[in-house]
Design a protein around this ligand. Structure first.
Ligand code: NDP
Length: 498
């Protein structure tokens, strides 16, 4: 089934105002399977005009439509139906994610299950009471009510094409907003299927709109538009900076989930094999194209030789291959462009004087030569100011750093502009807690890595972002607060002389 899908050219249209449309210019973009280099889909290429039409549809659905005024139960019932449909189509969506993004089926399968669970989580959360009342002086009753923000522009990257989208779409819709959504131009396949599901469950027209196309065109129009009330963006830090500026025209609310260069700190007293295992998982899962990747491994000096030797031994055994081969443990990079960027960073690392302990080359033998495969790489002999230590590579490339004591571990951990995530491996609980409390990052792990749950916020410090996804915090992002002061004593105030 997977191979069949790989050979059928899918036609992907945009979804605006409840209609499937080909766009203003009828131009198409070729979508490529990164494991084979083959053309798998043809996506409509949106323009500024298309983005404006989608924004107008969302504006109308918010200002004049029923969606914001439905009861929370009614909105939740749509979300629950969407979740069920994702589960029903789990295997199909998993296979499509794999041929579009390249990730192994096992990873794609988790993403599809998590996407359904996220819709269910927000369907439940929106039913919880929202708002407060206060007893205040002056015979007033003060109330705080939560209201949807309006039209939300949602822009996402390619590394979790469906799941990153759902992290935004589910809470935005639950809260009663209408949306204009833009997937990555590289990975529009599963997002299109999600919009098919929206149509199947009868989501009112105009509530959810999808425009495909280039970020600089469609994404920029969403960010600058005066008719958009909020923009929620996930992507690189430099693009996030651009979004901030673009969104400033009408002072729209922004929420930014950005890049990372996260430290994974291994103390000498850690359970050795557990630490090695999670260090590998932390960087090579998703081929390193994960915002929270543990892309800097900080090892205590006394175990560094043993740790690096074992890490390299295991990294060399990782089965790299097409995602739809059940034996594959690590897939290709998402695109030629991303592979070129990663290989360029490997070259930079070598020129900076760091040493490659393993991998770092493109796989070119038969079966790999048309895909974008890079062998898992690890740099040793690094220095803190090297570009490969400071900059997000977003590929299967890790840098090793060493530390003498707890203080140096913390100092190195915090020594980048990013603050997304971090891990600590030790069997000393007090030390783990001391270090975690000093790490300037929003997502942290002790003796584990990468796991995250719908209940807890996903949030970056420093240049890793503004605002949160997931949890109650993720819903709050899509709600306004309004105070209502209700006079219980209806008579003139008498402030000015009569
Ligand atoms: P980009 O920042 O390049 O792109 C992200 C999205 O923004 C894409 O849809 C892109 O469109 C769009 N975009 C690009 N330029 C503009 C613009 N000028 N105005 C509006 N939108 C624009 O990131 P990548 O797709 O390369 O994704 C990788 C990055 O995402 C990494 O830095 C990673 O750390 C980060 N990320 C962060 C996460 C987090 O939770 N903190 C989670 C996942 C990823 P186009 O289709 O043209 O690419």
């Amino acid at each position: 089934m997977v191979m069949e899908l790989g050979h059928k050219i899918m036609k992907l249209s945009m979804y605006i105002g409840g209609e499937w449309v080909e766009g203003d210019t009828n131009q198409k973009r070729k979508i490529i399977n990164p494991a084979t280099g083959k053309w798998i889909a043809e996506a409509a290429e949106g323009t500024v005009t298309d983005a404006r039409l989608a924004i107008q549809a969302a504006r109308k659905a918010f200002d004049e439509g029923e969606w914001p005024n439905l009861s929370a139960e009614e909105r939740a019932s749509y979300l629950l139906k969407v979740a069920d449909k994702i589960d029903e189509r789990h295997d199909e969506l998993m296979a499509l994610e794999t041929i579009d993004n390249g990730k192994p089926l096992r990873e794609a399968g988790y993403d599809m299950s998590d996407a359904a669970a996220c819709f269910r989580y927000y369907a439940g959360l929106i039913l919880a009471p929202h708002g407060e009342t206060y007893t205040v002086p002056d015979n007033m009753q003060a109330m705080v009510v939560r209201e949807p923000i309006g039209v939300c522009g949602l822009i996402v990257p390619w590394n979790y094409p469906l799941l990153m989208s759902v992290w935004k779409i589910a809470p935005a819709l639950a809260a009663g907003n209408t949306i204009v959504y833009k997937p990555s131009e590289v990975t529009p396949v599963t997002p299109t299927k999600l919009f098919e599901i929206f149509e199947e469950v009868g989501l009112p027209k105009g509530v959810a709109n999808m425009v495909m196309g280039a970020g600089e065109v469609v994404g920029n129009e969403i960010a600058v538009s005066d008719d958009v009330d909020m923009v929620s963006f996930t992507g690189g830090t430099d693009t996030g900076r651009h979004i901030m500026k673009a969104a400033s025209g009408n002072m729209k609310k922004i929420s930014l989930e950005l890049g990372g260069k996260s430290p994974n700190i291994i103390f000498a007293d850690a359970d050795f094999e557990t630490a090695v295992d999670y260090a590998l998982f932390g960087i090579y899962c998703g081929s390193g194209q994960v915002c929270s990747a543990g892309s800097r491994i900080l090892v205590e000096e006394s175990i560094q030789d043993k740790f690096i030797a074992r890490f390299v031994e295991r990294a060399n055994k990782i089965k790299v291959g097409p995602g739809n081969d059940p034996e594959t443990e690590m897939g290709p990079l998402v695109s030629q462009e991303q592979m070129d960027k990663v290989l360029k960073y490997i070259q930079i690392g070598i020129e900076e004087g760091a040493k490659l302990a393993c991998g770092g080359y493109r796989l070119t033998e038969d079966g790999y030569d048309q895909g974008f495969f890079v062998a898992p790489a690890a740099f040793i002999d690094t220095k803190p100011d090297m570009r490969i230590v400071q900059e997000e590579i977003f590929g299967p490339v890790v840098v090793f750093q060493t530390f003498k004591d707890e203080a140096e571990a913390i100092q190195l951990a915090n020594d980048t502009k990013y603050g997304l995530a971090g891990g600590v491996f030790t069997q000393d609980a007090a030390k783990a807690m001391r270090v975690i409390k000093k790490i300037r990052a929003g997502i942290t792990w002790v003796n584990t890595y990468h796991g995250t749950y719908n209940e807890a916020p996903w949030h970056g410090y420093k240049q890793s972002g503004i605002g949160s996804s997931l949890g109650t915090y993720g819903l709050d992002e899509f709600l306004e607060t309004k105070q209502i002061n209700f006079n219980l004593n209806v008579e003139p105030i008498g402030w000015f002389a009569n």
